[in-house]
Ligand binder design. Structure first.
Ligand SMILES: Nc1ncnc2c1ncn2[C@@H]1O[C@H](COP(=O)(O)OP(=O)(O)O)[C@@H](O)[C@H]1O
Ligand SMILES: [Mg+2]
Length: 259
C-alpha cells in the first residue's frame, strides 16, 4: 500500500478538564476512502476539527507526505490542501451555487471586480469533473436545491481549491436513500481522482460499501484501524459500542479506565 498522505500520531485534545482525544493515531491514504466511525461523543468531529486546524491539538505530531507539519489554524490546513465539509453545511441559502463555492475566496480582475465568468466556468467544470449532472444551473440559489444537491455543492466547493484531503463529517446524515446514493458515489469518485477522503458516517452498510479502510474511535481512543474488506457489520458495531471485537480493539482495562 502507498504511504499515508496525511498522518496524525499520538494526538491528545482536551476541553478544559475533559480529555476528548487520547493518543490518536490516524492515517489518510491517497486514492482511498478512510471511514471514521464511533458512537456519539466518541470524538470524531473533534478529530476532524483538529485536522482542519479549528482546534489545536494539546499533543501529537502531524505528517503530510511523510514530513512533519504544524497545523495551528485553518489557514495552515488549507495551505496543505485539507478541506472539510461539515455536518451542518456552511452554505448560504440566499446565494447561488457560484457565490457559495467562491465565498470568501472570490476571483478578482484588476483587484476590484469579481470575475463572474471565470468563477462560473470553474464552478461548472468542477461539478462536471465530479460527474454531477443533477444541478440544472450554477446560478440557481442554494435554497432551491435538495439536501443531496446541497451536499454535492458543499463537496464541490471543498475540491475546488486543489484539495488533497477532504474530510466529510456525516455528509449523508440528513439524506434520503437516493440522495445518499448520489453523495456516496461522489465520495468514491473523489478517492478515485487520487484525493485522500475521510468519511464519518453512522451507516455501517454505507461505510462498508464505500470505504477502503475503517478507523473506529471508542471514548476518544482508536479501537481499530482495519481494511474494510477484513471486517464486517457486526464487528464494527462491537468496536463502536465496546471498543473491541474478538482479538482486536482496546484492551478492556484501558477502556474501563477512560470510561
Ligand atoms: N467545543 C467543545 N467544548 C467542550 N466539549 C466538547 C466540545 N466539542 C466536543 N466536546 C465534547 O467532546 C466529546 C466528543 O464530541 P464530538 O467530537 O462531537 O463527538 P462525535 O463527533 O464523535 O459525536 C463529547 O463529549 C463532547 O461533549
Ligand atoms: Mg460529530
Amino acid at each position: 500500500m502507498s504511504e499515508p498522505l496525511f498522518e496524525l500520531r499520538g494526538v491528545d485534545k482536551s476541553f478544559g478538564a475533559v480529555q476528548v482525544l487520547h493518543g490518536v493515531d490516524f492515517k489518510v491514504y491517497p486514492g482511498q476512502v478512510t471511514a471514521l466511525v464511533g458512537d456519539n461523543g466518541a470524538g470524531k468531529s473533534t478529530l476532524v476539527k483538529t485536522m482542519a486546524g479549528i482546534y489545536r491539538a494539546d499533543a501529537g505530531e502531524f505528517l503530510f507526505e511523510g514530513k512533519p507539519v504544524h497545523i495551528n489554524g485553518p489557514k495552515d490546513s488549507a495551505a496543505l490542501g485539507i478541506e472539510v465539509v461539515y455536518q451542518d453545511l456552511a452554505l448560504c441559502d440566499n446565494l447561488d451555487i457560484v457565490q457559495n463555492m467562491f465565498l470568501g475566496r472570490e476571483t478578482v480582475t484588476g483587484g476590484v471586480l469579481l470575475d463572474e465568468l471565470t468563477m462560473e466556468d470553474r464552478a461548472r467544470s468542477t461539478l462536471t469533473s465530479l460527474s454531477v449532472r443533477t444541478v440544472k444551473s450554477v446560478r440557481q440559489s442554494v435554497a432551491s436545491l435538495s439536501g443531496g444537491q446541497r451536499q454535492t455543492v458543499a463537496i464541490a466547493k471543498a475540491v475546488l481549491w486543489n484539495s488533497r484531503v477532504v474530510l466529510l463529517d456525516e455528509p449523508t446524515a440528513a439524506l434520503g436513500v437516493a440522495q445518499t446514493r448520489q453523495v456516496l458515489d461522489l465520495v468514491r469518485r473523489l478517492a478515485d481522482q487520487g484525493l485522500g477522503v475521510v468519511l464519518i458516517s453512522h451507516n455501517m452498510v454505507d461505510v462498508l460499501e464505500v470505504s477502503d479502510r475503517i478507523t473506529a474511535l471508542f471514548l476518544g481512543r482508536v479501537a481499530a484501524d482495519i481494511k474494510a474488506s477484513d471486517t464486517n457489520h457486526s464487528q464494527i458495531v462491537e468496536l463502536i459500542t465496546a471498543g473491541r471485537s474478538g482479538d482486536i480493539g482496546i484492551p478492556a482495562a484501558t477502556a474501563a479506565k477512560s470510561a
